[in-house]
Design a protein around this ligand. Structure first.
Ligand SMILES: Cc1ncc(COP(=O)(O)O)c(C=O)c1O
Length: 385
């Protein structure tokens, strides 16, 4: 198998699994009690929180709230921040290419009477910071802009947005689920009030995430119960998961630059091979301001789903930006927001590289992809008109 779907999820690193195992078997006590095994579990949570805070440049460990996913971190930020600041306004600004964890949370806010502005992006999937500022008015309480897009890998100018919003009393959240562990993420340098991450995107376990929440900022919890996580996220803590998240982040941050450089080289090789063989193929997302491991294309005259299945038959795992429903292939909201002609958006494919991929795998995948596109085009010549 050649796995090129790391933006969807990554394998758990052996060191991460090793760090987690004792917390399933030996240190299984509930960290909320005061007997010694509980205190050991509590210590592990505290250490993990400290470690994550350090990697993100947070001032205090208490600024990290562990959640059960990146989705939950996004929901807590969008719903929790907007609801907690409702007395100051009822307006939220975001972009059209956010993950559904943000966009659908915004839909929920609308059902609760909030107004939501979903800003367009340019052809590379980047939002204009000035447009963000102009969209804000006296009633704006929250801006949510992702750091890196999951489909096309484009990076957003979050620090510039923070600069423009400074002193206006508007909260800034960034969904950094695709960015953390892959590019430098420092909450102080970014100037954000809240930032989401998810362990399974950087070789940690699935079902555990975190929200950075700047000290002093009120958020309304989504879950009520035992008051864990300073009352912001009730529920017995997932100690093995949190330990795994923290260990995975340690590993991801150590040697990140060299790893990113290697991924960029591999990705550029893949892109050059594909575009070299198929000159009318199109790389989606920004050519440089993008995640190191993300290559995303559109091919006219070849459906993304069909390409995916053809590659799967050869043991190559990739993703497409089209969702197949009721036999109609609907391009994703991200591809639509790029303004691509519908014909092109249908033939979208995302290949996301990871630390274990080799040059040989990349060459094999590029070759297989080129052949699959040619084959599909030869089968459906009329669709290219
Ligand atoms: C940008 C982005 N935000 C949020 C999420 C949701 O994270 P999780 O899978 O941990 O719920 C994802 C996952 O694909 C993502 O790519």
């Amino acid at each position: 198998m050649i796995y090129l779907d790391h933006a969807a999820t990554t394998p758990v690193a052996p060191e991460v699994l090793e760090a987690m195992l004792p917390y399933f078997t030996r240190v299984y006590a509930n960290p909320s009690n005061v007997h010694r095994p509980s205190l050991e579990a509590r210590r592990a949570l505290d250490q993990a929180r400290q470690g994550v805070a350090g990697h993100l440049g947070a001032r205090q460990a208490s600024e990290i709230v562990f959640t059960a996913s990146g989705t939950e971190a996004d929901n807590l930020a969008v719903l929790g921040l907007a609801r907690a600041h409702r007395e100051h306004g009822d307006h939220v600004v975001t972009t059209r290419i956010e993950h559904h964890a943000v966009l659908h949370a915004c839909d929920q806010l609308e059902r609760e009477g909030f107004r939501v502005t979903r800003l367009p992006v340019d052809e590379w999937g980047r939002v204009d910071p000035q447009a963000v500022l102009e969209a804000c008015g006296p009633g704006t309480v929250l801006v949510s802009v992702m750091l890196a897009n999951n489909e096309i890998g484009s990076l957003q100018p979050v620090a510039e947005i923070a600069e423009l919003l400074r002193g206006r009393g508007i909260l800034l959240h960034s969904d950094a689920v695709q960015a953390v562990g892959h590019i430098p993420v420092d909450v102080g340098q970014l100037g954000v009030d809240a930032l989401s991450l998810s362990a399974h995107k950087f070789h940690g376990p699935k079902g555990v995430g975190a929200l950075y929440l700047k000290t002093g900022i009120r958020v309304e919890p989504l879950l009520f119960g035992g008051g864990q996580e300073r009352g912001l996220r009730s529920g017995t803590e997932n100690v093995p998961g949190v330990v795994g998240l923290a260990r995975a982040l340690d590993l991801a941050c150590a040697g990140r630059e060299e790893r990113a450089e290697r991924l960029r080289t591999l990705r550029n090789r893949l892109v050059e091979r594909v575009l070299g063989e198929l000159p009318d193929a199109h790389l989606t997302g920004h050519p440089e301001l993008r995640l190191p491991g993300t290559a995303s294309f559109v091919f006219e005259g070849a459906e993304g789903e069909s390409l995916l299945l053809q590659l799967d038959r050869k043991g190559i795992c990739v993703s497409t930006g089209s969702a197949c429903s009721n036999a109609t292939l609907e391009p994703s909201h991200v591809l639509k927001a790029l303004g691509l002609p519908l014909q092109r958006a249908h033939g979208s494919l995302r290949l996301t590289l990871g630390r274990e991929n080799t040059v040989e795998e990349v060459d094999q995948a590029a070759q297989a992809l080129v052949e699959a596109v040619r084959r599909l085009r030869s089968l459906a010549p009329r669709s290219r008109s």
